[in-house]
Design a binder for this molecule. Structure first.
Ligand code: SAH
Ligand code: SF4
Length: 356
């Protein structure tokens, strides 16, 4: 049987597993200390565990299910990591430096089945979900990279906005959140973590019920069904009549703000008319809404789209602002290194195919 990554287990799951395998409960705390605080690279380094415990862990778990492939470093400090999984699939992870700390963008699936018309990840349909450990290991790899620099730098923020739809891999994404947030481990504050969904409404209800303090972002991209279906085919299954009640439920249940992501595509969804429709859509929840306007990152294969003109972006922003909608324009990172999510991976896959 294929061994799981030790990073797949939440603290409680590890405790239970150890007891089931004849070990003492308190070992879980020791193992997590080695994994997440001392950040060792092998079970043999966990010297305060007894031999029997190390052996049973080694027999059942691996510590490295990601293999580092390529690293691209941008002038602004952004680093893209490309990792190979045990089955040969490639995924990418991005480290960004902000004034408030280091943020990591993680991948949750190999490819994506939602197939949004502007996205590099959706070009390659989903191959499989990532295991919890494969998501956690992305953070561990980046943190270990920071550790090596020796400046006491720490991953302080996470955005679940890499390749894949996190709510289509719901359980593993939730376990991932529990692991990275746990105070006995990396202790990354829930309020510093954001999960982005293309709008799987039924899962938005579940997420509201989780009672976590993790932030939610919804990729809206259009203020009416006709346009949204054109840009994102998932809107057929979850049109605005299904999506907005899920938003309302989330807001009521959590009293936490939602970020609405809106990619500006030239002459498609960037007119004043759409800005006004967006204001109308959000008018009864202004106090709990934030609109993030995202300049489109051109993707080679989606040449039907262009980035909106600067003036169009400003005009759109102005309409939202004048109508009391909290909003901002996303500052881009790593534009010199295949910035759009999924781009590095899809380019590498193309290169590998050419070689084959
Ligand atoms: N599947 C989830 C999370 C991953 S995508 C979702 O769709 O929300 C994360 C964000 O990147 C989304 O808001 C998505 O719309 C955006 N994105 C995808 N392709 C992009 C591109 N070419 N330019 C700019 N943003 C893009
Ligand atoms: Fe999937 Fe998100 Fe890309 Fe849409 S934008 S194809 S949901 S990764």
């Amino acid at each position: 049987m294929k061994k799981r990554s030790i990073y797949s287990l939440t603290f409680d799951q590890l405790k239970e597993w150890l007891v089931e395998h004849g070990q003492k409960k308190f070992r879980a705390k020791q193992v997590w200390n080695w994994l997440y605080k001392k950040r060792v690279n092998s079970f043999d380094e966990m010297y305060n565990l007894n031999k029997d415990c190390i052996l049973v862990l080694k027999e059942n778990f691996v510590m490295h299910s990601l293999q580092h492939e390529i690293k691209q470093e941008s002038q602004d400090g952004t680093i893209k990591f490309l990792f190979k999984l045990e089955d040969g699939n490639l995924i990418e992870t991005v480290l960004m430096k902000f004034s408030y700390g280091f943020s990591v963008c993680v991948t949750t699936q190999v490819g994506c089945n939602i197939g949004c018309s502007f996205c590099a990840s959706g070009l390659l349909t989903k191959n499989r979900d990532l295991a919890t450990g494969e998501i956690v290991e992305q953070i561990m790899n980046v943190q270990k990279h920071l550790d090596k620099r020796g400046n006491d730098e720490r991953v302080s923020h996470i955005v679940v906005m890499g390749i894949g739809e996190p709510f289509d891999n719901y359980d593993n994404t939730m376990d991932f959140l529990k692991v990275v947030n746990d105070q006995q481990g990396l202790s990354i504050g829930a309020r510093h973590i954001t999960v982005s969904t293309s709008g799987l409404a039924h899962r938005m209800y579940d997420f509201a019920d989780e009672n976590m303090q993790v932030n939610l972002a919804l990729s809206l991209h259009a203020p009416n069904n006709e346009l949204r279906t054109k840009i994102m085919k998932i809107n057929k299954a979850f049109p605005l009549e299904k999506l907005m009640p899920a938003v309302d439920y989330y807001l009521e249940k959590t009293n936490r703000r939602i970020t609405f992501e809106y990619i500006l595509l030239k002459d498609v969804n960037d007119h004043k008319e759409e800005a006004i429709q967006l204001v109308e859509l959000l008018k009864d929840k202004k106090h709990l809404s934030y609109v993030n306007l995202i300049p489109y990152n051109p993707v080679d294969e989606h040449n039907q789209y262009d980035r909106s003109e600067k003036q169009a972006i400003l005009d759109f922003y102005q309409v939202l602002l004048e109508n009391g909608i909290n909003c901002g324009v996303r500052v881009e990172h790593g534009t010199d290194i295949d910035a759009a999510c999924g781009q590095l991976r899809s380019k590498q896959i193309k290169k590998d195919k050419q070689k084959a």
